[in-house]
Design a protein around this ligand. Structure first.
Ligand SMILES: [Zn+2]
Length: 93
Protein backbone atom coordinates (compact mmCIF):
# COMPACT_ATOMS: atom_id res chain seq x y z
CA UNK A 1 0.00 0.00 0.00
CA UNK A 2 1.48 3.35 -0.95
CA UNK A 3 1.72 6.20 1.59
CA UNK A 4 -0.98 8.20 -0.18
CA UNK A 5 -3.45 5.38 0.28
CA UNK A 6 -2.48 5.06 3.95
CA UNK A 7 -3.20 8.74 4.61
CA UNK A 8 -6.43 8.54 2.66
CA UNK A 9 -7.61 5.71 4.87
CA UNK A 10 -6.44 7.40 8.06
CA UNK A 11 -8.23 10.65 7.23
CA UNK A 12 -11.29 9.07 5.63
CA UNK A 13 -12.57 12.31 4.11
CA UNK A 14 -13.59 13.02 0.52
CA UNK A 15 -10.84 15.66 0.36
CA UNK A 16 -8.24 13.11 1.43
CA UNK A 17 -9.46 10.57 -1.12
CA UNK A 18 -9.32 13.09 -3.97
CA UNK A 19 -5.91 14.34 -2.96
CA UNK A 20 -4.50 10.83 -2.54
CA UNK A 21 -5.57 10.02 -6.08
CA UNK A 22 -3.86 13.13 -7.45
CA UNK A 23 -0.74 12.37 -5.42
CA UNK A 24 -0.51 8.83 -6.76
CA UNK A 25 -0.76 10.09 -10.33
CA UNK A 26 1.78 12.83 -9.61
CA UNK A 27 4.16 10.30 -8.04
CA UNK A 28 4.16 8.17 -11.19
CA UNK A 29 4.64 11.23 -13.39
CA UNK A 30 7.49 12.46 -11.21
CA UNK A 31 9.31 9.13 -11.28
CA UNK A 32 9.01 9.01 -15.08
CA UNK A 33 10.09 12.66 -15.36
CA UNK A 34 13.18 12.13 -13.21
CA UNK A 35 14.08 9.02 -15.14
CA UNK A 36 13.84 10.90 -18.44
CA UNK A 37 15.95 13.75 -17.11
CA UNK A 38 18.64 11.30 -16.08
CA UNK A 39 18.77 9.58 -19.44
CA UNK A 40 18.19 12.64 -21.68
CA UNK A 41 18.89 15.77 -19.64
CA UNK A 42 19.01 18.14 -22.59
CA UNK A 43 15.72 16.99 -24.06
CA UNK A 44 13.79 17.14 -20.82
CA UNK A 45 14.30 20.44 -19.07
CA UNK A 46 11.76 21.53 -16.50
CA UNK A 47 9.02 24.01 -17.23
CA UNK A 48 5.79 25.24 -15.68
CA UNK A 49 4.03 22.00 -16.61
CA UNK A 50 6.51 19.53 -15.16
CA UNK A 51 5.87 17.57 -11.96
CA UNK A 52 8.47 19.64 -10.09
CA UNK A 53 6.23 22.68 -10.38
CA UNK A 54 3.19 20.69 -9.29
CA UNK A 55 5.02 19.30 -6.25
CA UNK A 56 4.85 22.60 -4.40
CA UNK A 57 1.13 22.97 -4.97
CA UNK A 58 0.46 19.40 -3.89
CA UNK A 59 2.67 19.71 -0.84
CA UNK A 60 0.75 22.78 0.36
CA UNK A 61 -2.49 20.91 -0.19
CA UNK A 62 -1.21 17.78 1.56
CA UNK A 63 -0.33 19.83 4.63
CA UNK A 64 -3.79 21.36 4.63
CA UNK A 65 -5.63 18.05 4.19
CA UNK A 66 -3.39 15.61 6.08
CA UNK A 67 -1.99 18.00 8.70
CA UNK A 68 1.19 16.90 10.47
CA UNK A 69 0.91 13.46 8.87
CA UNK A 70 1.86 15.02 5.54
CA UNK A 71 5.44 14.75 6.82
CA UNK A 72 5.19 11.03 6.11
CA UNK A 73 5.13 11.84 2.40
CA UNK A 74 8.88 12.16 2.09
CA UNK A 75 9.04 11.75 -1.67
CA UNK A 76 6.61 14.62 -2.14
CA UNK A 77 8.21 16.79 0.52
CA UNK A 78 11.71 16.38 -0.87
CA UNK A 79 10.56 17.39 -4.37
CA UNK A 80 8.47 20.29 -3.10
CA UNK A 81 11.18 21.77 -0.91
CA UNK A 82 14.22 21.05 -3.05
CA UNK A 83 15.85 23.82 -5.00
CA UNK A 84 14.06 24.14 -8.28
CA UNK A 85 15.86 22.99 -11.42
CA UNK A 86 17.88 25.82 -12.92
CA UNK A 87 15.63 26.82 -15.81
CA UNK A 88 12.64 27.25 -13.56
CA UNK A 89 14.63 28.98 -10.84
CA UNK A 90 15.86 31.59 -13.28
CA UNK A 91 12.37 32.16 -14.59
CA UNK A 92 11.15 33.00 -11.09
CA UNK A 93 14.12 35.16 -10.04
ZN1 LIG B 1 10.92 18.99 -13.56
Amino acid sequence: MNPYTVLRLVCGTADAAALAERLSAWHDAMVAHERRRLTMPSANSCDDECPHAEARVLWAEARRVFGARADELQFLRSRATATLPSARRQAIA
